[in-house]
Design a protein around this ligand. Structure first.
Ligand code: AMP
Length: 399
């Protein structure tokens, strides 16, 4: 999708009558709840005759309208109707899974966030290149099954919610469980505790924690004057911010915008997270029961405060490197991490949009409470769209 069609569509939009649209699943309650709080119209997209009466149980999140399709490909044909409603689509994992990445990339309706990120997160090599350049440590890859000499996790490509993943400690265990012919990755099974970090990067806001361009700040070239005076990329420089009267070009160039960490969860996965209730892993293996990693829910978490500098260093690196690679990752995103007993983070996955792990925080989280009362990721998305609509910057946050 080129930049121009999106600009043209948005030029025809009534910025005072935007409809927030997303697929009826995943985090749609949260997205609609946030949108309604800020006065947006809301539209749920659903396939077939799925039972959506659960929306009736949550009036503050119930979408104003529901559109049903026989097939998700019909969404592509309804683009004109969606644009006539000034719709902005909020992507989430289920929407992309239902539509398929290619169809999603082609949908002729403004999408919140950068569609180009899809390619970078769905290709494991590109993802690794990006995250390692960001200064993030990832689990070691094992390229040949014969080399398995410590616990590894085997992940099928495109498998959703951990389905089919398995653990092996020897080549024999691998061969016993592998589904032949299925493309997969073998990586180190990282021992430690899992934290799924929910970030939000704003290209519009110039207060709070700023993401600096490479060389402007941080590890590459720390400059006290820049740390004092960050200014959003799309902003007229605020002279008061650095105490000088004249705008300084180097400062306006230096900041890519704000980074927030809104909440943290841990996924509840069946059956691995409750296996210890009926015996040791070895006993279970002997009985023919293997651990599985199917996500069934989410648990709110907080992390040791001393780990927060690293949380922000990783988030900043990931955002910074996204700009040089594909024009930026903005809006909500999540780093899926494991903290080892040495207090080191290993990141095994990135989700470049809202994750369902933010759902425990529809009323706010211990972290978002320190930003604003009741701030969920859904509300934060709505705030960003509202600000962009009011300041004529929708084209900056939609692709
Ligand atoms: P993913 O689909 O990559 O998010 O992985 C699904 C689940 O498998 C995660 O939520 C973790 O519980 C587990 N997992 C994934 N990668 C690793 C790893 N390298 N080490 C340990 N557990 C992992």
């Amino acid at each position: 999708m080129g930049e121009q069609p999106v600009r043209d569509w948005l030029a025809d939009y009534d910025a005072g009558a935007i409809t927030i649209a997303t697929a009826a699943s995943h985090s749609s309650l949260q997205i609609f709840h946030g949108a309604k709080k800020l006065g947006f119209k809301t539209l749920a997209l659903a396939r077939g005759d799925r039972d959506l009466r659960y929306y009736d149980a949550f009036p503050e999140a119930k979408p104003d309208e529901i559109w049903r399709f026989d097939d998700w490909s019909e969404l592509l044909d309804r683009a004109d109707d969606l644009r006539a409603r000034n719709a902005i689509i909020i992507p989430h994992g289920s929407l992309i899974e239902y539509m398929g990445t290619q169809a999603f990339e082609q949908v002729q309706v403004p999408v919140y966030g950068n569609r180009r990120v899809l390619q970078w997160e769905s290709d494991r090599d590109m993802e690794r290149d990006w995250l390692e350049a960001a200064g993030v440590t990832m689990p070691r890859l094992v390229t040949r099954p014969e080399d398995i000499d410590e616990p590894v996790i085997v992940k099928y490509h495109g498998a959703k919610g951990g389905k089919g993943f398995f653990v092996a400690k020897t080549p024999g265990e691998y061969h016993r469980q592998i589904q032949k012919g299925e493309p997969h990755t073998i990586q180190e099974f990282v021992m430690g505790t899992r934290y799924y970090l929910h970030y939000f990067h704003s290209r519009l806001d110039d207060d709070g924690f700023q993401v600096y361009k490479k060389g402007a700040h941080g590890a590459d070239a720390p400059r006290a004057d820049l740390t004092e005076a960050s200014l959003g990329q799309h902003k007229i420089p605020k002279t008061a911010a650095h105490g000088a009267d004249a705008p300084r070009a180097d400062l306006t160039e230096a900041s890519l915008g704000q980074l927030q960490m809104l909440s943290i969860d841990r996924r509840d996965e069946s059956n691995i997270d409750e296996l210890n209730r009926i015996g040791s892993v070895n006993e279970l293996k002997a009985a023919g029961i293997d651990p599985t990693f199917v996500v069934t829910g989410n648990i709110p978490m907080v992390i040791r405060e001393s780990l927060l500098p690293e949380v922000f260093r990783m988030g900043e690196g990931v955002v910074r490197e996204s700009y040089s690679r594909f024009g930026g990752l903005w809006g909500p995103f999540c780093l899926e991490t494991i903290v080892t007993p040495d207090l080191e983070f290993k990141v095994f996955e990135i989700s470049a949009r809202i994750v369902a792990g933010t759902n425990p925080f529809i009323g706010g989280s211990p972290y978002s409470e320190m930003i604003g009362p009741g701030l969920s990721t859904g509300v934060r998305i709505a705030q960003e769209i509202q600000k962009a609509a009011k300041t004529g910057q929708l084209h900056v946050i939609c692709t």
